[in-house]
Design a protein around this ligand. Structure first.
Ligand code: ADP
Length: 404
């Protein structure tokens, strides 16, 4: 054999949910995307894998996928075909998105038995998310035990929140016994976007204060001071804060008692109501902002109300984080809705001119897929659209960890 051994420049990023696994292979030499895809409906009828190659090709397989092990084996087969499978020398690490890192994990960690056990101990505070993440980690380890596996936590960026922002005002002993506090989520996105926003302003992240509005199907806001998170809108779970696609966001906790006592609903039913049948979907029957805007344009009353409640909550958080930060250099919109919907951005900052926050109507309406400013040139506070890339952030953190 001649030639140099392939350099291990790629990271496989795995986002294992309860019934789906999303994956990407990123070549950090670019960085560029070497492959990406999704296995959905794991354990259900109609399971399938959709695999996209670097040159834009697509392969679809519809087959039975009883569990995460089979899902990862399918993914490994597709990646092998593209030369970036788990046994390939091009792979430097697997980066796992882990939703809940609790109070313990403030940074990405190389996964060993101890880290795995701690993620397992956090299952009671993240019953919907951590089990899927764990299944992905265990299977990926078994596919190639020699490949470094790195856990990147959604909560990590928020561990810098001061106690007065992270604590609920409840009995301390109960809170500590059950690890009840505000953790925050979407941390990789808030970290990535706040850093990119500083770059857009031509400044170092340590010099700027940014309000990040991550508006996807899940939605959260964060206040970032000099590169460190000082508050965020999600709490013990991703239910708190902004109005989301299917989640209520902030609500009087007594609504839960009321539904139990007066409507006779069980805890499970109330959980489903607030997490899956509330938010935009609960208010107007749609959770896709494109459809809601179409209905608003047609004069649909329910869609209008859902939109108004949605943007009003965002505005309240902008106001709160202005007070928290004192000085704000930029407000950054990101994720599916934040990146693509000018009407949401315009309505969320309407009336904030007196506080130095406003958008230029033309810049706001102009389509684009790269980071850009949408505020007038002379505005006191920059308003930006900054596409998020959680996979790239996970790959970057995992690659940095394994390369010392
Ligand atoms: P998640 O990762 O939380 O599933 P995304 O960040 O992909 O969510 O955002 C999904 C949401 O983004 C969709 O529900 C849809 O409302 C919105 N969205 C996506 N593309 C557009 C668009 N072109 N215009 C308006 N809204 C969009």
């Amino acid at each position: 054999m001649t030639g140099l051994p392939a350099r291990a420049s790629c990271v496989l990023v795995l986002n294992s949910g309860s019934s789906s696994v999303k994956y990407q292979v990123l070549d950090m030499d670019g960085p560029s995307r070497a492959a990406a895809g999704l296995v959905e409906r794991i354990g259900e009828r109609g399971a399938r894998l959709v695999h996209r190659t670097a040159d834009g090709g697509e392969r679809v397989r519809e087959t039975s996928v009883p569990g995460h092990e089979e899902a990862l084996r399918l993914i490994a087969e597709e990646l092998d075909t593209d030369g970036v499978g788990p046994a390939s020398p091009r792979l430097a690490a697997v980066g796992h998105r882990v939703v809940h890192g609790g109070p313990v994990f403030s940074e990405p960690r190389l996964i060993d038995d101890e880290v795995l056990a701690e993620i397992e101990r956090l299952v009671p505070v993240a019953p919907l998310h951590n089990p899927g993440n764990l299944a992905g980690i265990r299977t990926a380890r078994s596919l190639n035990p020699d490949l470094p596996q790195v856990a990147v936590f959604d909560t990590a960026f928020h561990t810098t929140m001061p106690e007065h922002a992270a604590r609920y005002a409840i009995d301390m002993r109960t809170a500590d016994e059950h690890r009840i506090r505000r953790y925050g989520f979407h941390g990789t996105s808030h970290a990535f976007v706040s850093r990119r926003t500083a770059g857009l302003l031509g400044r170092d992240p340590s010099e700027v204060n940014v309000i990040v509005l991550h508006l996807g199907n899940g939605a959260s806001a964060s206040a970032v001071a000099g590169g460190r998170c000082v508050d965020t809108s999600m709490g013990l779970t991703p239910l708190e804060g902004l109005v989301m696609g299917t989640r209520s966001g902030d609500i009087d906790p007594a609504v839960v008692f009321h539904l139990s006592r007066v409507a006779g609903m069980s805890v499970g039913e109330i959980d489903t109501l607030l997490n899956q049948r509330s938010g935009l979907l609960g208010m107007c029957g749609d959770n896709d902002m494109r459809e809601i805007r179409r209905r608003v344009e047609e004069g649909d009353w329910a869609a209008r109300l859902a939109f108004d409640v949605y943007v009003y909550r965002i505005k309240k958080y902008i106001g709160a984080y202005l007070a928290v930060l004192g000085r704000v250099d930029a407000v950054a919109f990101t994720a599916g809705v934040g990146e693509n919907n000018p009407a949401v951005r315009e309505a969320a900052v309407a009336g904030l001119e007196g506080l130095g926050i406003t958008v230029d109507p033309e810049l706001n309406a102009a389509p684009g897929d790269s980071a850009r400013l949408i505020s007038p040139q002379d505005a006191a506070t920059a308003v930006a659209v900054v596409p998020t890339d959680e996979e790239l952030e996970i790959a970057t953190q995992a690659f940095a960890l394994v390369n010392g």
